[in-house]
Design a binder for this molecule. Sequence first.
Ligand code: SF4
Length: 213
Amino acid sequence: MTAAAGRTLGSGKPAEAEKERKMSRFDDNRSKKIIFVSSCLLNTNNKVRGLARYPGMCKEVFDTLHRHDLGIQQMDCPETLYIGINRWWYTKNLYDNHGFRTHCRECAERVVTYMEEYKRAGYKTVGVLSCDGSPTCGVSITSYDENWGGSPVDLEYNDAIIEGQGVYIEELQKAIEDRGLEVPPFYGLALDDESVDMDKILSDFEDFIVSIC
Ligand code: SF4
């Protein structure tokens, strides 16, 4: 005899009831694991002009996050909100001023509130994914050159690249610490640098994701 549709073979119970028995009222399919990502990784239209490497986003990066069941929380773009899409290129020393730091801190506080709520619910913030080389969002590489500023002249951004963090990343880490939360691992993707091999960027990134999941 064949079991009727919608019933579990052998048990005689309706499939729905069996499902309910297995799941408590609040259970669903969520992973309870979240990664925070810089705005332009999901929407490259926020990039300073001349630096968008993709039409929309780098699909390979998000395929990796999807494979590891991570929820993606997009952070605000501090530069777009502060001076818009048509901004000049800046080095960190130009952005390192009271007004921009205060703005970055405000953006960071909202992000930390998300982290705090996730923690209260028992979810895990597994990391922060950002953009190396940015004066604002660099994690291990940013830019600094005192020749930048004043009347525009022809300067090479690559000459200003230094080790260090961008203004927003510094404010975000301080905001997390000040709220008494554990600082999650931060990772900077070097997607802006076309001289860096893309396969190497993606395989290093996959190693990072595996290490935090
Ligand atoms: S690196 Fe940061 S500031 Fe620059 S476009 Fe991306 S989100 Fe905006």
